[in-house]
Unconditional design. Structure first.
Length: 193
């Protein structure tokens, strides 16, 4: 495997783009009174996905040191500790800061997520676009527990400039969540949304 991570083919769910999948996943993962957590600055559609399903979004601001962004783990842990915060959306590598999260940074996030029993959507569509000297680590590859609770978004759109194809996939190890997303994606495609 390219990134020292493999998965079973049956775990792949095709989607007409990451954004439609993101909207569907937020709605069925979070109950109406639950919250979505993500790092800011952020890709705007993370918040739009929460807003569209009337879920509250919670932001943990990155620390900006002369243009180099790092994670405020104390703040992230505090916000993840809210029992109503059930989903964390990670952008790895990060958009818009351009940070390729290091394995040790991802492990610290993973510890916080696991401690608070949260689900993770990891948007990894920029993983092939990294500068020499950086190493990409998929969040789901950190441990069996992390993999079980992570839905990983991938697409050829950034790597090969193919956004017009509207083709992407989500890797979902959890069988029930995979079944539900497949059913919802089929419905959305059929209805032509």
């Amino acid at each position: 495997s390219k990134y020292d991570w493999t998965f079973d083919r049956k775990e792949l769910v095709m989607s007409n783009g990451i954004i439609p999948a993101l909207f569907e996943m937020v709605e069925y993962i979070c109950k109406p009174d639950e919250k979505v957590l993500f790092l800011t600055p952020s890709y705007a559609y993370f918040k739009y996905a929460a807003d569209a399903s009337h879920r509250e979004s919670v932001c943990s601001d990155l620390i900006n040191t002369d243009g180099y962004y790092t994670i405020d783990y104390e703040d992230l842990e505090k916000k993840a500790a809210d029992e109503k915060t059930t989903l964390f959306i990670l952008c790895n590598p990060h958009n818009p800061s351009g940070r390729v999260w290091k394995e040790e940074e991802l492990k610290k996030i993973g510890e916080i997520i696991e401690k608070n029993n949260m689900w993770v959507i990891s948007d990894e569509i920029h993983c092939d676009l990294i500068m020499p000297g950086n190493t990409f680590t998929s969040f789901a590859s950190l441990s069996e527990e992390t993999e079980k609770n992570t839905m990983t978004c991938m697409a050829p759109s950034k790597t090969f400039n193919l956004a017009g194809l509207q083709a992407s996939c989500v890797i979902i190890p959890d069988q029930e969540r995979r079944r539900r997303l497949k059913a919802q994606m089929a419905k959305v495609s059929f209805e032509g949304r």
